[in-house]
Design a protein around this ligand. Structure first.
Ligand SMILES: C[S@@+](CC[C@H](N)C(=O)[O-])C[C@H]1O[C@@H](n2cnc3c(N)ncnc32)[C@H](O)[C@@H]1O
Ligand SMILES: Nc1nc2[nH]cc(C(=O)O)c2c(=O)[nH]1
Ligand code: SF4
Ligand SMILES: [Mg+2]
Length: 238
């Protein structure tokens, strides 16, 4: 079993309720969506950039695709880590690979939550699910009803249990429509421990502070809701 991976590095989780924990990151290549705000840089798919020494900004190029034993060996360099973040791109496109991974650390999945059949394959492998809600205007493709159904099914499959933590992130931009947020959150709120409103970072127009605080106020009536920006961008780590 093999998969194309763009980066393997060690950093701290910069988003959501576990900001600051030491993690290894495995970034898979490829995505089924095309979000307007996406911060994943295009890469040379022929190599995986491996940062052996955390924070060194020095990378070894490892030819793609990688086999599972190679990934396990590379992750062994990073010492005492909280978990291994599987990100991308969309890691669920590589569910077959993930289902066969055999590493001693808990797996932390970062997903767009649009591929319920793939979620089924790895639901018992992952200990943490950081699942996004994507609003329909963020990508081209299916209609709203199909998108909503797939998102709900994905959250239902990967929902919070005694063995798995599942929380939701939602990137807020100046184009975010509150009613879209309420509809989507309402549909999945039973499956998550909390909702994180993640203000969009970067060159994109930011949403206003008042707007974010109003969204949080409204959502708090039904679900624990935090506002947490991408903290790794603040101190420039990977
Ligand atoms: C790059 S994505 C990869 C995982 C998966 N495809 C997804 O979208 O959840 C990782 C996280 O970064 C967030 N993200 C991407 N671009 C962002 C931006 N410009 N500002 C804030 N968050 C962003 C995504 O919403 C997601 O929560
Ligand atoms: N430090 C750090 N935290 C992160 N949380 C989610 C990330 C991602 O790109 O999936 C990410 C990332 O790329 N770096
Ligand atoms: S789903 Fe994730 S990786 Fe794919 S385009 Fe959207 S933010 Fe980027
Ligand atoms: Mg990122």
């Amino acid at each position: 079993m093999e998969a194309p991976i763009s980066e393997i590095f060690c950093s701290v989780q910069g988003e959501g309720p576990h900001v600051g924990v030491r993690q290894a990151f495995v970034r898979f290549i490829g995505c089924n969506l095309n979000c307007s705000y996406c911060d994943t840089e295009p890469v040379d798919p022929s190599v995986c950039m491996f940062e052996r020494t955390p924070g060194s900004n020095s990378f070894e190029n490892i030819p793609n695709p990688l086999v599972i034993s190679q990934v396990s060996e590379l992750l062994g360099n990073y010492g005492n880590i909280h978990s291994v973040s599987l990100t991308g791109g969309e890691p669920l496109l590589h569910a077959d690979f993930i289902s066969k991974m055999d590493i001693p650390h808990p797996l932390y999945l970062e997903s767009n939550m649009t591929l319920p059949n793939m979620a089924e394959k790895i639901k018992d492998k992952v200990s943490y699910v950081s699942g996004d809600i994507k609003l329909i205007d963020e990508f081209e493709g299916e209609d709203l009803v199909t998108h909503l159904e797939q998102t709900i099914e994905c959250f239902r499959t990967l929902r919070q249990t005694k063995d798995r933590e599942c929380f939701c992130k939602l990137v807020v931009t100046k184009d975010t429509v509150p009613d879209d947020v309420y509809r989507m959150v309402d549909a999945i709120s039973d499956y998550v421990s909390c909702v994180v409103l993640q203000p969009v970072t970067q060159k994109h127009f930011s949403s206003g502070i008042e707007f974010l605080l109003q969204l949080q106020k409204d959502l708090l009536d039904s679900v624990d809701t935090l506002i947490i920006p991408q903290t790794h961008k603040m101190w420039g780590c990977l």
